[in-house]
Structure formats: C-alpha cells, structure tokens
Ligand binder design. Structure first.
Ligand SMILES: [Zn+2]
Ligand SMILES: [Zn+2]
Length: 294
C-alpha cells in the first residue's frame, strides 16, 4: 500500500506575482496528484496538501526552488489526498484573514515588526524570569479555548480572525500594553499577523509562540503550562498531548466534562457546542445554545 501524508506550511515573504505563483502551484499539484488548500497573497503562501509521500516530497522540493519559499518550515501529519474534497489554489488579499491587508509589512525575513519569536523552552525561560506578569493572549477563535488554553490566558471575544482588530481597538486590553504578552495559536501563523497588529497598536513587549501550540505540545505534553485539549480543523476535532490531559470543557446540557464539539442540528447554522457522549446521542436534538435553542 502506498504511503500517504499531509504537509502544512506557510511563509511570509513578498510574492511579486501571486497569480503566476497560483498557476504554477496548481499545475504542480495536479501533476503530482495532490489535493488540499493553498492560499497565495502578495505577502506569502499558506498551504495544506496531501497525497502519496513521494509526490509530497517532490512538491516540496520544487516549491522550495522559489526563492521566497526556500526556508519553509513544514509540519507533517498523517492523512492523504482523500482528506480533502478537491484541490483549491487561490489568490487572496491575505494568507490569514484578519481584514487588514494594508497593515502587514513583509520582507525577505518575514513579517516586519512582529512579536519576538519564542521556542517552547524560551517561553518557559520568560515565565521563569517574569513570573505572573507574563500574559498569555489566545490568538484563536474564542470557542477553541473552551477545551484547552494556556493557564490564565486572556481569551479575546472573537468568533473569526476578522474580529481581532475591533477587539484590539476597543481599549479592553490597554492595561496589557506595558506587560510581557505572549500570543499563541494552533501552528503559529495567526500570531505572525496578530503580534504585529499588537506591536503597531502600542503593546510594548510582545512575544509569539513559534510553531504554536502544536510544537509546544510536542515538547512539553501536559507537563508544562498548557491545560486541556487542542481544537483541530479536521475530522478529529480535538487532540490531546498525553494521557494526563485535563478535560476542561463542559457539556452545554449537563455540564459533564467533555472535549467534543458537535455541529448545531439546525442545517442553516454553523455553530459548534460542547456535548458529552450521552447528551450527543441524538444528533437531531443538538440545537445550539447560541441562538437556535430558544
Ligand atoms: Zn451532557
Ligand atoms: Zn445553531
């Protein structure tokens, strides 16, 4: 049986002709039988593709021939082309959609003026040095933090990444502007943008967790500052770093501990809510408490 893999990567780098890069990436993936999702903008590339492992390696080798993409840091995971409905290669204003394409500046070295990158060990050094002064700032959609987050993290009220600008400009977090703030997200890409938006808004000491929660979890599992499960955007929905993982989510119906989100049973609604296995038994009854239940 052929070995299959999924690969994820991003790069912030000036892309002079995104339309040409799109055609090249599309033709390359088609030739190699890969499927997945690739976004290209004038500021870089964000890709998740899957297929035969030899084809994926050939894809990466050719992709790295583009000078801006030569140092891409890739993450491998289990999966195949079948995990994607199709191949989608698009040009967008942004590779992560904050609704602020004009605010980001990138050069050959990546995002200009972003937060200082911290590896998992360096994050621990910072906390060791500065203690409780360090503020963790969740860079994901708020619902994701219901099942896992850094201890005492600030979780902004955002339902999509687009909401961050409004949140930051609301003044709610101004008291953090003179504190050491560490942004974190699933794989690090959202923090590249979020941390730069914070720096340009007067946050004086901003750090970002390099490689995101994924790399932190690989390094420290449940022996560090992380609490709970990690929400993931594929059919697994959540993953745990070890058997010692705490369950911090609660069923919206009976409050039993759970890490399992279910789709709202109203077909027109895209909300997710947490349910325990017993309460989720009849999928037709899962009207979300954020609006459909009343
Ligand atoms: Zn329940
Ligand atoms: Zn609903």
């Amino acid at each position: 049986m052929a070995l299959n893999r999924i690969v994820l990567f991003y790069a912030f780098t000036p892309v002079v002709d995104p339309a040409a890069v799109r055609l090249w990436q599309r033709a390359l993936c088609e030739k190699l039988g890969l499927r997945g999702r690739i976004l290209i903008s004038p500021d870089g590339i964000n890709a998740t593709v899957g297929g035969d492992i030899k084809a994926v390696k050939a894809y990466l080798k050719t992709t790295r021939e583009y000078s801006g993409f030569k140092d891409i840091d890739v993450k491998w995971s289990d999966g195949s082309a079948e995990d994607f409905p199709r191949l989608s290669v698009k040009v967008r204003d942004e590779i992560v959609s904050f609704g602020a394409p004009g605010e980001l500046t990138v050069d050959q070295g990546g995002v200009v003026g972003g937060g200082t990158h911290l590896l998992p060990e360096e994050l621990h050094d910072l906390v060791e040095a500065k203690g409780d002064d360090v503020v963790f700032f969740d860079g994901r959609n708020a619902f994701e933090a219901q099942i896992g987050k850094f201890k005492n993290a600030v979780v902004p009220d955002v339902s999509t990444t687009h909401d961050f600008i409004k949140e930051l400009d609301s003044g709610k977090y101004d008291a953090l502007k003179d504190k050491p703030v560490v942004t974190y997200c699933t794989g690090g890409i959202r923090c590249e943008v979020l941390s730069s938006l914070m720096v340009s808004r007067g946050f004086n000491e901003v750090y970002q967790l390099e490689g995101g929660i994924v790399r932190y979890g690989e390094t420290f599992k449940d022996e560090g500052l992380w609490e709970g499960s990690l929400y993931v955007f594929d059919k697994r929905m959540h993953l745990e770093f070890s058997e010692k993982s705490a369950t911090i989510g609660a069923c919206v119906r009976c409050a039993a501990p759970t890490s399992k989100f279910e789709n709202c049973s109203n077909p027109g609604c895209r909300n997710l809510a947490l349910y325990c296995a017993a309460c989720a038994e009849d999928p037709a009854t899962l009207l979300c408490p954020q609006g459909c239940a009343d």
